[in-house]
Design a protein around this ligand. Structure first.
Ligand SMILES: [Zn+2]
Length: 581
């Protein structure tokens, strides 16, 4: 049977039994699940095995991350009746769907054995050719339920290299990055207690509060506990340098390697201000601790889990090569602000996997960082970032990849994840313009209040917007989030007309070369011989003609001068009269 036949047949089988699923590259999934010889297996047999496999219990979908070859097992159920009243967290409704767990490890290391609660567990190893790390996916031997303790014992061998390797007193070796970080949990919250055994001298970090450190002869045991529900879990271990700072009732902790002290001082100075700004805008950060952890990793990025902001060393390496020190400072601020906002977006108000849930995580986190940049550096910095970072990112993306509506784009497949950042943040920017500053802030606050420890998608967010501004916003959400249509206004012509009494009027023609119909007034900058003024025009048609009355001669017209709209081509937004007559 060839791959395509197999794929089609398997898909049909799944369609008959599953309500919601998304499987695009089943091949990769099956290799990870059954090994390379899955083609010789009978599809009915495979289905049987998936259904009967205890690890697949209740799995409604399998999502595949094509970049990292991760598999995500998804349950369509969400947590019902979760009571998020302050300091009164009810855990009874939290269920765990944890069926597997993944780790990153240096790729030339050999995994010898994996045990979960002392029972041998099945695992799959996937090497990523372009990276030095491999992914180990461990199938948990039993469905892991709320309140149960899970101990994972991973035995592996490899040769340490370079100054970043760690050797404990027994001579056992940790990988070059000095950490493992599993990600778990999708569309579910869980509480966790982590017991981490690390070689003496290392400091361990997990989710929630450090509740106990047990000192041993060769190893130390760190116990972390999070009573607040988590949506992802991770941990790190290294010989971190440590410092802390207290502002009001909040404690800020910093874990890093000495070579990045300079950046850590900037982070230390900025962090309390960013947190305070977001608390005012989005709602209270109901925890008294926030950590920033620098880890040795080749991925030039950062991520967040509850209480933790994790920054990869390679991002800081690239930052240190930046010659323009002002820009360097802003880039770090931008990244930090993005990650801190994930304490709200992603870790507390969480995404539904389908229907654009990730727009409310990455799009909103990115836009939050723009709000923070504006607050710190002013309006011009906001405009600069909108154009130079977000719009440019979106345009560059479309040079190589196909556009997709955000309600159907998958965060985990191919490259479309980056659409959620670039286009996603620009849609929030337009929404702010459309509903006005006050309503926009109310929307964000109500969204957080209502979806804290719950899962949301585009529809949920639209309802909140409509509730706040008491308007039907279908036209906005349908065009910008449920389609990949574009908007492209062009100042087509400016004609000066003289009547018999020598009075001059101006006729301006604006064309919309895109498919989006913008149904709200658009800012227009009119430059006359006497000065500049901003007016608002309705530009709902493909071709709009405006009779303009001014007290002096019009010199030029600029559409959307403050960069509010996602106008795909901004080069045609300006026209001066001199060229026309
Ligand atoms: Zn993010």
């Amino acid at each position: 049977m060839n791959k395509q036949d197999f794929y089609d047949r398997f898909k049909r089988l799944l369609e008959n039994t599953k309500e919601r699923y998304e499987l695009d590259t089943l091949h990769d999934a099956l290799i990870m699940w059954f090994g390379e010889y899955y083609l010789s297996l009978d599809p009915d047999d495979i289905k049987e095995r998936i259904v009967n496999d205890r690890c697949a219990e209740g799995v409604d979908a399998v999502l595949i991350d094509q970049i990292n070859y991760n598999l995500f097992f998804v349950q369509a159920k969400t947590v019902e009746n979760f009571n998020n009243t302050k300091n009164n967290l009810s855990e009874t409704a939290i269920k765990s769907t944890l069926a597997g767990i993944e780790f990153l490890l240096k790729s030339d290391y050999r995994v010898e054995e994996v045990k979960c609660n002392q029972v041998k567990a099945k695992f799959h190893l996937l090497k990523i050719p372009t990276q030095k790390v491999a992914i180990i996916w461990i199938n948990l031997p039993q469905t892991f339920r709320l309140g149960e303790e899970l101990e994972i014992e991973l035995t592996y061998r490899g040769k340490p290299e370079g100054p970043l390797s760690y050797i404990n007193k027994e001579g056992a070796e940790l990988d070059i990055y000095g950490l493992w970080y599993p990600l778990t949990g999708l569309e579910d919250f869980f509480t966790a207690r982590q017991r981490l055994v690390v070689p003496k001298g290392q400091r361990s970090l997990g989710n929630g509060k450090l509740v106990e450190v047990i000192k041993g002869k060769q190893n130390d045991t760190y116990i972390f506990e999070s009573k607040t529900p988590l949506v992802v879990m991770n941990f790190a271990s290294s010989d971190f340098k440590y410092s802390s700072k207290e502002v009001g009732n909040k404690k800020f902790e910093f874990f890093y390697s000495p070579s990045y002290s300079k950046f850590i001082s900037q982070i230390k100075a900025e962090l309390p201000g960013i947190l305070k700004f977001y608390q005012e805008k989005f709602g209270d950060y109901d925890h008294n601790l926030l950590r920033v952890i620098e880890i040795q990793s080749p991925n030039q990025s950062a991520y967040s889990s509850l209480l933790n902001v994790i920054i990869h060393s390679s991002f800081l390496d690239s930052l240190s090569k930046e010659k323009d020190l002002v820009y360097q400072e802003k880039r770090l601020y931008h990244l930090l602000a993005h990650e801190v906002s994930h304490q709200w977006w992603g870790n507390q108000a969480a995404p539904k996997v389908l229907n654009g849930g990730w727009w409310l995580v990455e799009g909103l986190a990115e836009y939050s960082s723009l709000l923070a940049l504006e607050n710190k550096y002013g309006e011009e910095e906001l405009k600069r970032t909108v154009i130079k970072s977000e719009l440019k990112g979106y345009q560059d993306y479309l040079k190589k990849h196909e556009d997709k509506a955000l309600n159907i784009a998958s965060f985990f497949e191919g490259y479309s994840g980056s659409l959620f950042y670039y286009k996603g943040s620009l849609v929030f920017h337009m929404l702010r313009y459309l509903v006005g500053q006050e309503d926009f802030e109310q929307i964000l606050r109500l969204y957080f209040e209502r979806f804290c420890f719950k899962f949301a998608d585009i529809d949920d967010f639209q309802k909140i917007c409509e509730e706040i501004c008491q308007k039907d916003l279908d036209w906005f959400f349908n065009q910008w989030l449920r389609s990949s249509k574009k908007l492209d206004f062009k100042v087509w012509s400016i004609k000066l007309k003289r009547d018999s009494k020598d009075n001059v009027t101006t006729e301006v023609t604006i064309k919309n070369l895109g498919e989006v119909v913008w149904q709200a007034p658009v800012e227009v900058l009119i430059e006359t011989e006497k000065g500049k003024e901003i007016r608002k025009w309705e530009l709902k048609k493909k071709i709009n003609k405006i009779e303009l009355e001014t007290t002096s001669l019009v010199k030029s017209i600029t559409l959307d001068p403050n960069f509010w709209l996602l106008d795909f081509n901004r080069d045609n937004n300006y026209l001066s009269v001199r060229r026309e007559i």
